[in-house]
Design a protein around this ligand. Structure first.
Ligand SMILES: NC(=O)C1=CN([C@@H]2O[C@H](COP(=O)(O)OP(=O)(O)OC[C@H]3O[C@@H](n4cnc5c(N)ncnc54)[C@H](OP(=O)(O)O)[C@@H]3O)[C@@H](O)[C@H]2O)C=CC1
Ligand SMILES: O=C1O[C@H](COP(=O)(O)O)[C@@H](O)[C@H](O)[C@H]1O
Length: 520
């Protein structure tokens, strides 16, 4: 049968002109979304680092891309004395380098209120300020309270909101109230349960949004799409075909100005209890019955429930810890952790961790997951790498007398947002030689629009009431229960000093020789 004209043209385009890789496939329903209702966003901690560095640029970007509702109010609150105009000036300063052509319109939605978070009167005043602003901007009484304040204040602020009547919702669903809580959610299982008890005194679980900006990263969401919207990978995604999984989230940044917090947290609380666990969950979870918040979060929970406990008395078989010393990072000389402002000169706080984790279930029995995170490493890199098993019969290895590299799949989260599959091919020529080649997909391929920043996604999801990318309390508790024994072991200075290995800033962590010495 002869090809019709259109098919022939397509064939010529794809095959003869060799453009298969450049086929433009239009996105399907990528912008179709739920409407965002008018609302007010109250940011407690509006003068702090998180607000200026993350929230302000995200909100302005959402405004520029017309993702915010037409009627909205952003009310900043903190201890500092500031007028509305000063607050607007501070936010504008935080937007340096962005397109400010629509700044004046955006600024007309920004307000500030000086507050003492320990005083109930301050919350009653907040209530009447909100009512006035809601009347002026027509935002109804839909309210989001964002806790960008020290974690020690989360419980009491939630209680103050409740006492001032700000946690309630209209019975007919015409007005809602939501609470956004930043990590850390407690510092161990017990404190996480206590915090949860305090939050629930006045808020229901469906009103509480425990943010994890890693879950909201485009490429992390893409892990689920990659796994469950393709038929060819999932059959391989198990212990029969996968040898090991490496999940890495390392950065070149040091502790910056957060020593007070980091000295208490260290890498295990700062990165493992939250972001690393969520990366593990999206890699290891089963497909949910439907792609909705609760079924997806149920599957996260099942992964966390299946974590093989780490030996309390000797976690060193599964754990490697390090602390950075001075070195050169990206061409710049930097001090060691102990010389950073605010850090104790004899601090044993770990800034690097590698944890070998097993998930005891049918899919993953005995497949090790290596989770690595650390500060002041050679470069910023977050990726999930799936190492497949070697071929069952080493046909070419015998001919070549050399190891054959098993296939691996790299899910690049940041800074390069990509998916690579590496496999063996024949090197051209008369002799039998092999070479590894990589099939690349770059996230920006055939896409020119902006990529939503994680905080933008989290904010918009919260405005839409979608909790899929937020932590549920049962997951929080299971992760603390898993890490608590390790943290308790490390709370003993003698144990910690034995476990903690130095590494040079700008390196890839403690070197292998040191690790071997420490382990013998
Ligand atoms: N910064 C980041 O990148 C990240 C932060 N987080 C979390 O976000 C939260 C905020 O962090 P960050 O912005 O870095 O902290 P900062 O210390 O920079 O800011 C704290 C803010 O809270 C306000 N505040 C503190 N105490 C009171 C009080 N009694 N009454 C009223 N306001 C008060 C401060 O106001 P004032 O300055 O006026 O005193 C300031 O605006 C923390 O829980 C942190 O763990 C989570 C992930 C990343
Ligand atoms: O939550 C945190 O994350 C950042 C790393 O986030 P990223 O999006 O830049 O990868 C980390 O630097 C910080 O210590 C931690 O609190």
């Amino acid at each position: 049968m002869a090809l019709d004209r259109e098919s022939l043209d397509t064939y010529v385009d794809l095959m003869v002109k060799g453009q298969a890789a450049d086929v433009k496939i239009s996105p399907r329903a990528c912008v179709a979304d739920r409407p965002v209702e008018p609302c007010s966003l109250v940011i407690f901690g509006a003068s702090g680092d998180l607000t200026t560095r993350k929230l302000a640029p995200s909100l302005y970007n959402l405004y520029l891309s017309e993702a915010l509702p037409e009627s909205f109010v952003i009310l900043g609150a903190a201890r500092s004395e500031m007028s509305h105009e000063q607050f607007q000036g501070m936010i504008k300063h935080a937007l340096e380098g962005m397109d400010l052509t629509r700044w004046d319109e955006f600024a007309s939605h920004l307000y500030y209120k000086q507050m003492d978070l320990r005083s109930i009167d301050s919350f009653h005043e907040l209530s009447s300020t909100l009512e006035k602003l809601e009347g002026k901007h027509g935002t109804r009484a839909n309210r989001i309270f964002y806790l960008a304040i020290p974690p020690s204040a989360y419980g009491s602020v939630a209680a103050m909101l409740g006492k001032a009547g700000l946690s309630g919702e209209a019975g007919d669903g015409s007005a809602w109230s939501r609470l956004v809580v930043e990590k850390p959610f407690g510092h161990d299982l017990k404190s996480a349960q206590e915090l949860d008890r305090q939050l629930h005194e006045y808020f229901n679980e469906y009103q509480i949004f425990r943010i994890d900006h890693y879950l909201a990263k485009e490429t992390v969401q893409n892990v689920l799409i990659f796994r469950f919207a393709n038929a060819i990978f999932e059959p391989l995604w198990n212990r029969m075909f996968i040898d090991r999984v490496r999940i890495t989230a390392v950065e070149s940044l040091g502790v910056e100005k957060r020593a007070a917090y980091y000295e208490e947290a260290g890498v295990l609380r700062d990165m493992f209890q939250n972001h690393m666990m969520q990366l593990l969950a999206v890699t290891a979870m089963e497909p949910p019955a439907v792609f909705e918040a609760e079924p997806v979060r149920d599957e996260h929970v099942k992964v966390f429930r299946s974590l093989r406990p780490i030996e309390r008395d000797d976690p060193s078989k599964n754990l490697l810890l390090g602390q950075y010393g001075p070195g050169v990072v990206e061409g710049k000389r930097v001090p060691g952790y102990r010389e950073e402002p605010g850090v104790k000169p004899d601090s044993f706080t770990p800034t690097f961790g590698m944890l070998k984790v097993f998930i005891d279930n049918w899919r993953w029995q005995d497949v090790p997951f290596y989770l690595t995170s650390g500060k002041r490493l050679a470069k910023k890199l977050t990726e999930i790498v799936i190492y497949f098993k070697n071929v069952p019969h080493l046909l070419f290895q015998k001919v070549l007398d050399e190891d054959i590299i098993a296939n691996f799949l790299t899910l690049g989260i940041q800074p390069e947002e990509k998916i690579n599959l590496t496999f063996e091919t024949k090197y051209p020529g008369a002799k039998v030689c092999l070479r590894s080649v990589t099939m690349d997909f770059n996230y920006q391929q055939n896409y020119e629009g902006p990529i939503l920043d994680a905080y933008e996604k989290a904010l918009i999801d919260c405005m839409q009431g979608d909790q899929m990318l937020f932590w549920r309390q049962d997951s929080v508790e299971l992760c603390w229960a898993f890490l608590d024994p390790v943290l308790q072991h490390c709370a003993d200075c003698d144990n910690l000093s034995r476990l903690l290995l130095p590494y040079e800033a700008g390196s890839w962590g403690p070197d292998a020789a040191q690790v071997r010495i420490a382990r013998t």
